[in-house]
Design a protein around this ligand. Structure first.
Ligand code: MG
Length: 388
């Protein structure tokens, strides 16, 4: 019996975080929770800490610090507050792997700290690679750490590559469910509400990624994430719409052979594989049954209607800080859409304008990315004022 892997879960109260704890609950001998962090949901953080007895917790919003400390400190759990503390706790000696399920850009700095401390990463925060993929992958190489994808499509590719790491990839095909608005036209999309956008047909996820799925930006971000995880060029990445979300993605090798990974849409499978790799652990998750799926459908994505996907491909091709601009503008417009401040299609308008107006840098440093991120946010907010 090996010692359990000691896991830090950044963003433990969100959708990925809670599902990660379900995985741990089924495999108490394989995994031990060392650190839990949450943004705002301090009640759930306290409950989780009482159940899983981590070494330390961080509540990012320091307004809730006293409440968390009063509950957990008497139990011998260290309690910290503030976003900066997240970047510090990941360096603890007792952590083997850091699962990053923070939302958006906020995952970047803690991930850098974790890599520099030599921690393997289970990456659920795709925005980190979108914003600074070149820097992150170079650091991972320098410090000899693995980045195992949690995103289901990238996990599928990762699983297809087991035993194939010496064989070049000809291309990958990322599947997309198409979200709740698949097949709709721009007229229809001009009037959709956030309630409609938040109803994803297959996956139960956090609000940000659900809106990104409806707008196809999620697939756009995943295209950029895939480039960095697997070292690919634009022409090696295809997207196909597959409404049932059973085929999670495919790899095509140089002999023309395609490998796919399939299963029910259940995030616990990729979460578990990212933590247990190279082993597979027994689970009681529901199994796929062909009897329930008479057909699996595939179609080309509509990049004229869902312009975000094209903007993402363009940003990937341009490189430099373009994906950072794309991501920052997207975070602002998604927030605005969730507050009913702009319409669904206007999200792409603002992102496109930000991409033309924020200064392009071909070889940005980390500081340049941080600067690009904040400039883009300011500009996107100005653009929003003009719209509303
Ligand atoms: Mg995904």
């Amino acid at each position: 019996m090996n010692n359990p892997k000691r896991v830090a879960i950044l963003g433990s109260t969100g959708s990925i975080g809670t599902q990660t704890l379900e995985v741990v609950r089924q495999h108490r001998e394989e995994f031990q929770v060392e650190v839990l962090t949450a943004q705002n949901n301090f009640q759930l953080l306290i409950e989780q800490a009482i159940e899983f007895e981590p070494n330390a917790v961080v509540i990012a919003n320091d307004e809730h610090y006293a409440a968390v400390r009063d509950e957990l400190q008497p139990k011998g759990i260290k309690v910290f507050a503030g976003a900066k503390s997240i970047a510090q706790v990941v360096e603890m000696d007792t952590i083997d792997v850091v699962l990053t399920a923070l939302v958006g850009y906020s995952g970047l700095i803690p991930t850098i700290h974790a890599i520099k401390a030599g921690k393997n990463i289970a990456l659920a925060n795709k925005e980190t690679l979108v914003v600074a993929g070149e820097i992150i992958t170079a650091l991972a190489k320098e410090y000899g750490v693995n980045i195992n994808p949690v995103d289901s499509e990238h996990s599928a590719i990762f699983q297809c590559l087991v035993g194939e790491f010496h064989n070049p990839i000809e291309k990958i095909i990322l599947t997309a469910s198409g979200g709740p608005f698949r097949g709709k036209d721009r007229d229809y999309l001009s009037t959709v509400t956030k309630a409609q956008a938040l109803k994803h047909p297959n996956w139960d996820m956090g609000a940000k990624v659900t809106i990104d799925s409806a707008s196809m930006m999620n697939k756009g971000l995943e295209v950029i994430e895939a480039k960095w995880l697997f070292g690919l060029q634009r022409e090696q990445i295809d997207v196909v719409v597959h409404p049932q979300s059973i085929v999670h993605s495919l790899v095509q090798f140089e002999d023309g052979s395609l490998k796919a990974q399939l299963g029910l849409p259940d995030m616990r499978i990729p979460i578990q594989f990212a933590l247990s790799f190279p082993d597979r652990l027994k689970s009681d998750f529901e199994r796929f049954d062909f009897a329930n799926f008479a057909s699996l459908d595939f179609e080309a994505p509509d990049m004229d209607t869902f312009r975000n996907l094209r903007l993402a491909f363009d940003s990937l091709e341009r490189g430099g800080n373009a994906p950072c601009i794309l991501n920052a503008a997207n975070e602002i417009v998604v927030e605005a859409f969730l507050k009913d401040q702009i319409g669904f299609l206007e999200m792409s308008d603002v992102i496109e304008e930000a991409l033309t107006k924020v200064e392009y840098l071909k070889e940005p440093s980390l500081e340049d990315h941080i600067e690009t991120d904040s400039r883009t946010r300011e500009l996107a907010k100005e653009l929003l004022l003009k719209i509303s």
